[in-house]
Ligand binder design. Structure first.
Ligand SMILES: [Zn+2]
Length: 481
């Protein structure tokens, strides 16, 4: 998924607000477990795993995620953690590893917690990367570990693996099962997660999960300040083919009503469509967190939804990143038709990628677009549709992630995030799982842009700090005293 898109929310943190988040406090009786691992020792070990993992080529297409499963299962085997492989196509495997609950409880046991990471990565143009720090190098220069997937999302995959291993090594008493899902094919088709959700969820059984989606971004508001976003919602989608029809003919004599002109008119109307801002509660949440950090008049405004609506909304809608979080948008992503220079075709099509806010039905947006265009010689075909999905911010896992993200740091804020893109979390939310997107590291925007780009790398200090952050949040929600 394009995590960088998530950053657009944080971009808007430049002007943001909401009711203060109630994060609660970490259970003090669990602090002994939360503080148990020696990260001085465990950190370098995990860095080594990450370097090796980045050398496992799972570029998608074609994927070859069975290689990732081989790599992960070798480590799990050594640690004595049970796992199984799920194959959805030759060479395309996902992995389910389990740490069973160890504390017998009377009454109904809480459902398992899932730690989710996709194992595939997008392709890379190796020639553009620095020498010796290529996409499959796993190279370390002492500051960064380099490689495709370092941020999206093999780094998080190793943070989750380490969490599972440390829970086991430290002998933490577990009141619920912890499940690691290493999932194939997120970047192209989400086939791995769809298979797990459709065919295997009965045995996986998680009620909550952590996945990619949000992270910390430094320097968003002011230098030295960091805003952490935890993704609680992802916009839905409506992919359309819009086709204009008309009489075909010679290109030498322009005549009204022909298909290409109709299509241009239709697209022009869609471009001029008035976007109505609808603020998702998570946006107020993120804005409030950012506003608290910012202070001053701007900070005061951002912490008050009324004033955000009345003072900041214009600026938010003027900026592409924040606009995408506030409105149902459409992008033209391509054209098809006949391309003879002197022939006007009888039909020509454009492809649209529309994204929907939570609560908006795809059919309702389609009806709206059709009425904006208002031309019965233009036809509409739905290529793919899915409603937005969301999980509550009032959830123990969300609160644990938020608390542990900012613990012990100054000049930081945390808030819920509406992602404009979607991830594997969408499929789990569709069956009622509470899913939270959060990679527990903070990076600046230029580094975030290396995801899917050139020179992807993860700061080693952040990676090692992230090991502890996720571990402690997971202890909060799975451990028994
Ligand atoms: Zn990803």
């Amino acid at each position: 998924m394009q995590i960088w898109k998530i950053l657009s929310l944080l971009a808007l943190a430049g002007c943001a607000t909401t009711a203060p988040l109630q994060l609660g406090s970490s259970p003090p009786q669990l602090e002994r477990h939360a503080r148990a691992p020696d990260w001085q020792k465990a950190g370098p070990e995990a860095v080594g795993w990450l370097q090796e993992y980045l050398r496992v080529d799972t570029s998608n297409p074609p994927g070859n995620e069975a290689r990732a499963v081989d790599f992960l299962s070798t480590i799990l085997q050594k640690e004595g953690i049970a796992f199984e492989r799920i194959e959805h196509a030759p060479g395309r495997q996902s992995l389910i590893a389990r740490l069973p609950a160890t504390v017998t409880e009377t009454g109904e046991r809480e459902k398992p917690l899932c730690l989710v990471a996709h194992t595939d990565v997008v392709t890379a143009e190796a020639a553009q990367w620095p020498a010796g720090k290529g996409p499959q190098s796993g190279a370390s220069d002492g500051t960064f570990v380099w490689g495709r997937g370092a941020l999206d999302m093999k780094g998080m995959g190793i943070i989750e693996l380490s969490t599972l291993i440390q829970l086991k090594r430290q002998g933490v008493p577990l009141r619920r099962e912890v499940v690691l899902l290493a999932v194939a094919d997120e970047e192209v088709d989400n086939r791995g997660m769809r298979e797990l959700v459709e065919k295997h969820w009965a045995k996986i059984g998680c009620s909550q999960l952590v996945n990619e989606g949000g992270l910390g971004v430094t320097g968003v508001l002011e230098p030295g300040q960091t805003v952490y976003g935890i993704s609680v919602a992802e916009k839905g989608l409506l992919w359309l083919r819009v086709t204009a029809h008309g009489k075909s003919g010679h290109g030498s004599t322009p005549l009204p009503g022909r298909a290409p002109d109709r299509l241009l008119d239709a697209l022009q109307k869609l471009r001029e469509r008035k976007l109505v801002a609808e603020v998702h509660p998570s946006v107020y949440g993120a804005l409030a967190a950012a506003g608290k950090l910012a202070g001053g008049v701007k900070g005061w405004v951002l912490q008050r939804p009324f004033w955000v609506d009345h003072v900041a909304m214009g600026a938010l809608m003027d900026e592409a990143g924040s606009r995408a979080m506030l409105a149902n948008t459409c992008s033209v992503t391509g054209f098809s038709g006949m391309f003879e220079p002197n022939v006007v075709p009888s039909e020509v099509s454009a492809q649209l990628d529309c994204r929907l806010l939570p609560g908006k039905e795809p059919i309702d947006l389609l009806t709206e677009l059709q009425s904006v265009v208002g031309d019965d010689k233009v036809t509409w075909q739905v290529l793919h549709q899915a409603k937005a999905t969301e999980s509550p911010s009032d959830d123990a896992l969300f609160r644990a992630l938020a608390r542990r993200a900012i613990e012990g740091q100054s000049s930081v804020a945390v808030g819920p995030l509406l992602s404009v893109g979607f991830t594997d979390s969408m499929y789990a939310r569709q069956i009622g799982v509470h899913a939270y997107g959060f990679v527990p590291i903070a990076i600046d925007r230029s580094l975030a842009e290396t995801m899917h780009g050139v020179g992807e790398r993860i700061p080693i200090t952040e990676f090692v700090r992230g090991l502890g952050v996720l571990y402690r949040a997971v202890v909060d929600v799975v451990a028994a005293p």
